[in-house]
Design a binder for this molecule. Structure first.
Ligand SMILES: *Cc1c(COP(=O)(O)O)cnc(C)c1O
Length: 427
């Protein structure tokens, strides 16, 4: 049985029991029930500071990509460290406001911004719209005209580099829906420059994918973007910032992604070499801030031995954590208490109660298990709760945030009645 933890920033073993900071997770589940999301404040802060420290002395805006985990308590923890935010919807803007985040540090990405969302973002005086198409640009011009505001914009360019990650989370290729092709971007900037009353062109932006474990795609993209900045400069369009997006990977199993310090130093070197060290560096990190800071705790309901496979049926399911089935993602799973385990190790598929064959959390894992035991699915802080649903009319898990020896319920477990409270029958 492999009990290696992908990261020790927030979780560690103590006398064969898994702890989040100073909190015994077996005890936490008897108190709060299962399934349960648990996050470490300390791990979030460490991860954020890895970026912030590496950016010291450099003009920068460090944004947290809300969609990775948008609980208000987590937004607040990061806002208190001075973070800005990358949002992809009006709903996320509302969350930033509700958590007391600074909307002047918000960048707004996404291919389908509605007129209402653009209006709200203009009124909130956000830092920048990352524009993903010509019709979107036209809509921003029109909305700015109507509201009497001036929109700060950057074009999200698609640099056509292969991020070498799962196809569903690769975004920087020509065949993806994201951004404006880098070869067209020059003309779109020139078009935008004709509307100085409505638009303030401030930057350029790219986000090439998620869970990137190599430096080279980031550096390739950077070079291509700087080529474009050169060309814009020749034509009198001077930018103020360059936004490198998010996408830095984390360790789930044995990945060894570059550190934020390595990423930043290498990008910085390119900017210095090419005469753009005055440009503000913007980042939109999601997974690498919260991914390793969370775990999903779940109880074994049944052990079901089949002729070909052994199934460990737990009380968490794909509605709580969709990454394994959606991306064939491998996530570490361990018993939270390994003091008194049965001796025989067997190979198990860890599955949930949902009526779908795709409802699995882990496959072919060598584990010694017994009914009633608590398991922890690790590195579940990003794209876990934020992608959850109520499929099969399942209530979503409670979420707790650990701070030292304290635990805070930052979202209680849903009640079944809430799930259909707004549904009505027809006469
Ligand atoms: C999802 C997303 C991010 C964050 O990606 P991570 O891989 O979680 O760092 C940043 N920017 C944009 C535009 C995104 O869509």
């Amino acid at each position: 049985m492999d009990l290696t933890l992908p990261s020790e920033d927030g979780f560690h073993w103590k006398d064969h029991v898994l702890y989040c900071e100073d909190v015994d997770l077996e005890k936490a589940t008897s108190r709060f029930g299962t399934p349960l999301y648990v996050y470490s404040r300390k791990a979030i802060e460490i991860a954020y500071r890895r970026y912030a420290d590496a950016l010291q002395g450099i003009p920068h805006l460090m944004c947290y990509a809300l969609k990775a985990n948008s609980n208000l308590a987590i937004i607040d923890v990061l806002a208190r460290l001075g973070a800005g935010f990358d949002i992809v919807s009006g709903g996320e803007l509302a969350r930033v406001k509700a958590a007391g985040g600074d909307t002047k540090k918000v960048v707004f990405s996404g291919v389908g911004k509605s007129t209402q969302e653009i209006t709200d973002a203009l009124n909130a005086d956000i830092y920048c719209f990352n524009v993903e198409s010509i019709p979107e640009l036209d809509r921003i011009i029109e909305t700015a005209r109507q509201t009497g505001k001036r929109a700060r914009i950057s074009l999200r360019v698609n640099p056509d580099v292969d991020a070498k990650t799962h196809p569903y989370i690769s975004t920087g290729l020509k065949k993806n829906k994201f951004g404006i092709a880098i070869n067209e971007a020059f003309n779109v900037y020139r078009h935008a420059a004709q509307f100085p009353e409505q638009l303030h062109i401030t930057g350029i932006d790219c986000h090439i994918g998620s869970q990137l474990t190599e430096l080279s795609p980031f550096l390739d993209a950077c070079h291509r973007i700087v080529d474009l900045i050169d060309k814009l400069k020749e034509h009198g369009i001077e930018l103020e910032h360059i936004d490198f997006g998010g996408g830095l990977g984390i360790t789930y199993q044995n990945e060894n992604p570059p550190t934020p310090a390595e990423l930043i130093a290498n990008l910085r070197q390119i900017l210095c070499d090419r005469g753009y060290d005055h440009l503000e560096m913007v980042f939109e990190a999601g997974r690498s801030i919260v991914g390793n800071a969370g775990a999903l705790l779940t109880k074994i309901e049944y052990l079901k031995k089949g002729e070909e496979k052994n199934f460990c049926i737990v009380d968490a399911a794909m509605n709580d954590m969709v990454r394994p089935t959606l991306y064939q993602a491998w996530m570490q799973i361990v018993p939270v208490n390994t003091q008194k385990l049965p001796h025989d190790e067997q190979v198990w598929d860890v599955v949930g109660p949902i009526c779908e064959t795709g409802d699995w959390l882990a496959k072919d894992r060598s584990l010694s298990l017994e009914q009633g035991q608590i398991l922890a699915l690790l590195s579940a802080g990003a794209y876990g709760m934020s992608m959850s649903s109520n499929y099969n009319t399942r209530v979503r898990p409670a979420e707790i945030l650990v701070d030292g020896d304290k635990t805070y319920i930052i979202r209680p477990r849903e009640e079944v009645q809430e799930l259909f409270a707004n549904e009505t029958r027809i006469p």
